[in-house]
Design a protein around this ligand. Structure first.
Ligand code: PMP
Length: 359
């Protein structure tokens, strides 16, 4: 199979063994004579898929099923921007603005109730992660985006917010590095970057927090509806959940998050070292050095024309998805969990060659 070096920001790269398992399951699931897509979501075979995915998710995070519940929902991470406040905002909620997705989350919370932006990096085009802010202790929750996909910035530490419940959008760095997951009350993420295909969103909620949710909420938007029915209140995105189930097995087979993180650090190191050793030919204009992301590596070249040439020549070498987000331009290499070290080696090598040929 000819495989490109895939640096797409999302939907992003998936592990080849998972693609192969999915191909088989799409044609004939476990020799049952029907596709995983043709199966009842209430069959015992599918029940095993969803239950194992939920159990493996908690296993990967080191969380207990007695304390946390895992939901697989539709609507993308963008629906969570609304579901979080509609379920948990009673008096006021605190948010940090670190980019487009955080901005969108804030916008949706404002429809629901008082929303305080405790810090923002908007004035400097979101090129850093705010530090040293205070969160009102009477906030219903504190929301932040752990990794900013567009700008390539990432929170290195979980913010200290006292006793305020922590809520995080982890769409673009889910399971890429170790985090004290037990400090969070709610974690959500669209699957399409690190854990599966588009179409399913993972939500992990602390049961104690869920008990405090607002009750006057439309049925489909209420987390409790889905929690009470184990994500089978209505027909779930069956195929995407199957793929997520296989990705979780793949993560566990790699040795869990610590092993995946070690590989991610190696990959990002290859590219950041090339940027830093390029005498300013590649410049990390989009993200401050100390806040650089392990997953979305953003950089600029001297002119937009040179950037276009870089992206074009890379494409000829089978490297795809390197164009920066349309709102910021530049170059972005997304090195999600399934991206192999060889792809990052190939990119680093190409960056060196391109620099020598164009300086
Ligand atoms: N949050 C982050 C951090 C993202 O990167 C994205 C998508 N790129 C979203 C939210 C929106 O996700 P979705 O398209 O699943 O609604």
């Amino acid at each position: 199979m000819k495989r490109a070096h895939i640096f797409n920001a999302g939907p992003g790269i998936l592990p080849v063994p998972v693609l192969e398992e999915t191909k088989d399951a799409v044609l004939d699931y476990m020799g049952l004579g029907l596709s995983i897509m043709e199966m009842s979501h209430r069959s015992k075979e599918y029940d095993t898929v969803i239950k194992e995915a939920q159990a493996d998710c908690l296993k990967i995070m080191g969380l207990s099923p007695a304390d946390y519940t895992v939901l697989f929902l539709g609507g993308g991470a963008s629906l969570q921007f609304h579901m979080v406040p509609v379920n948990f905002l009673k008096n006021k909620a605190s948010y940090i603005n670190t980019g487009t997705w955080a901005t969108n989350a804030i916008k949706e919370a404002k429809f629901v109730g008082e929303t305080i932006v405790v810090a923002s990096s908007e004035d400097s085009k979101f090129n850093f992660i705010p530090k040293g802010f205070k969160v009102d202790q009477d906030s219903d929750y504190f929301h932040y985006t752990t990794n900013n996909t567009i700008y390539g910035t990432e929170w290195k530490n979980v913010p200290e917010v006292g006793n305020v419940p922590l809520v995080a959008d982890m769409s673009s760095d889910l399971f890429s590095r170790e985090l004290p997951f037990d400090r969070f009350s709610l974690i959500y993420g669209g699957a399409q970057k690190n854990i599966g295909p588009a179409g399913v969103t993972m939500v992990v909620i602390k049961k104690e927090f869920l008990e405090k949710a607002n009750t006057h909420v439309a049925t489909m938007l209420k987390y409790k509806t889905h929690a009470d029915k184990d994500s089978l209140y209505n027909t779930p995105p069956c195929l995407p959940i199957y793929v997520v189930h296989r990705v979780f097995k793949w993560i566990l087979n790699q040795g869990g998050i610590p092993a995946v993180q070690a590989v991610n650090e190696k990959k990002a190191g290859l590219i950041y070292n090339t940027i830093d050793g390029s005498d300013g030919f590649y410049r990390g204009a989009v993200a401050n050095k100390e806040d650089r992301s392990l997953m979305n590596i953003t950089f600029n070249l001297l002119t937009p024309e040179l950037e276009a040439k870089f992206i074009d020549e890379a494409k000829k070498l089978n490297m795809i998805g390197l164009k920066g987000h349309r709102s910021v331009g530049g170059v972005r290499a997304s090195t999600y969990n399934a991206c192999p070290v060889e792809s990052c080696e190939a990119l680093a090598k190409f960056m060196e060659e391109f620099r020598k040929a164009n300086k």
